[in-house]
Design a protein around this ligand. Structure first.
Ligand SMILES: Nc1nc2c(ncn2[C@@H]2O[C@H](COP(=O)(O)OP(=O)(O)OP(=O)(O)O)[C@@H](O)[C@H]2O)c(=O)[nH]1
Ligand SMILES: [Mg+2]
Length: 307
């Protein structure tokens, strides 16, 4: 039987050094690419399955999909990927250890349903805190299936979630996890309690940041005077003509404030809205206003605090 690499899920082979899955010894558990990623943090080019092919593949299967996404990566692009899955599915907000303790899950769910028009079940987990509000094995069985898939955007924590599940069920196997994108490259099947659980490659998405949230998100509030400009990572700017109040929920960025109006395209922001910047997080803007910005790939949504 072909043996798969517990890093990427590709079948191990010892014949072609340049092809994926290569290992000098077939007794190894990891291919050379995953061995080097694990031990030296080395990132090699990946043979990625496109989002469209992943969707095609999953929509031909039977089972329940648990779609992982962390709070800072909730945006229209990623929610649309979730919506294109036709199987019974649950939106599983991962890495909940990054949420402030006072944030109520029920409030987040109501807001998500309203803002993104989500009709599926929404649940919460944190592999670091070792908790999941949903028992995916019981949920899968309750819906009458014996197969489930851990899916979601790359780096959402699918493989880490699976490792916790394997450990909790006394299965001495572990898949590779890493802070690099696209660690898992193929579907990997594990039998747990008569349920086939699949780890899967992550969906890729537009992301301006390569660093991952580390610990609780610390919101930064600013009372802005008129003609204030906020500069993120010495590059992206948002310029406000009038006084306003903003709260930044951004991941690992530098923020500077300047009193200088920028010139550029104006965008209208309704009262109490989020300006979502994919990969970085979002900025809650309290007062209706016009802003000038050089951020291209933004989204404006009504804010969670409005609920
Ligand atoms: N803060 C936090 N970090 C987590 C959690 N779960 C995973 N991570 C981190 O997120 C990164 C990605 O985790 P993986 O489990 O490899 O993510 P994945 O979804 O399998 O990623 P791909 O296989 O690349 O699609 C790693 O650095 C993990 O340590 C969590 O619950 N909280
Ligand atoms: Mg993975």
């Amino acid at each position: 039987m072909n043996k798969i690499c517990y890093g990427c899920g590709i079948t191990l082979q010892n014949t072609n050094k340049d092809a994926l899955g290569y290992t000098p010894k077939l007794t190894n558990d990891l291919c050379e690419r995953c061995f080097r990623l694990k031990h030296y943090g080395e990132v090699k080019e990946n043979d990625l399955i496109s989002n469209a092919d992943l969707i095609k593949t999953i929509n031909k299967r039977k089972g329940v999909v648990f779609f992982l996404i962390d709070f800072l990566n909730i945006n229209e692009e990623n929610i649309n990927i979730f919506k294109s899955i036709k199987l019974p599915k649950v939106l599983l907000i991962s890495k909940c250890d990054i949420l402030r303790k006072e944030m109520k899950y029920s409030k987040i769910s109501n807001w998500l349903k309203k803002v993104y028009n989500i009709t599926s079940e929404i649940s919460y987990c944190s592999s670091i805190a070792h908790f999941s509000k949903i028992n995916i094995l019981k949920y899968t069985a309750k819906l009458g299936y014996n197969t489930c898939f851990l899916m979601g955007i790359t780096n959402a924590g699918k493989s880490t979630f699976l490792n916790n599940l394997l450990k909790d069920n006394n299965i001495k196997k572990e898949v590779l996890t890493s802070k690099e994108k696209n660690t898992t490259l193929r579907f990997m099947k594990f039998m747990i309690d008569d349920i086939a659980v699949y780890d899967t490659p992550g969906f890729t998405y537009y992301n301006m940041n390569s660093s991952l949230p580390n610990g609780e998100i610390k919101p930064l509030s600013y009372n802005l005077k008129q003609a204030s400009t906020i500069i993120i990572n010495n590059d992206l700017y948002l310029s406000f003509k009038e006084a306003n109040k903003i709260v930044c929920y951004l991941n690992n960025v530098s923020i500077k404030k300047e009193y200088k109006e920028q010139i550029g395209v104006e965008i209208k922001i309704p009262q109490n809205s989020d300006l979502v910047i994919p990969g970085l997080g979002f900025i809650n803007i309290k007062e209706e206003c016009m802003i000038v910005t050089n951020i291209n790939n933004y989204e404006i949504r009504s804010s969670l605090s409005e609920e």
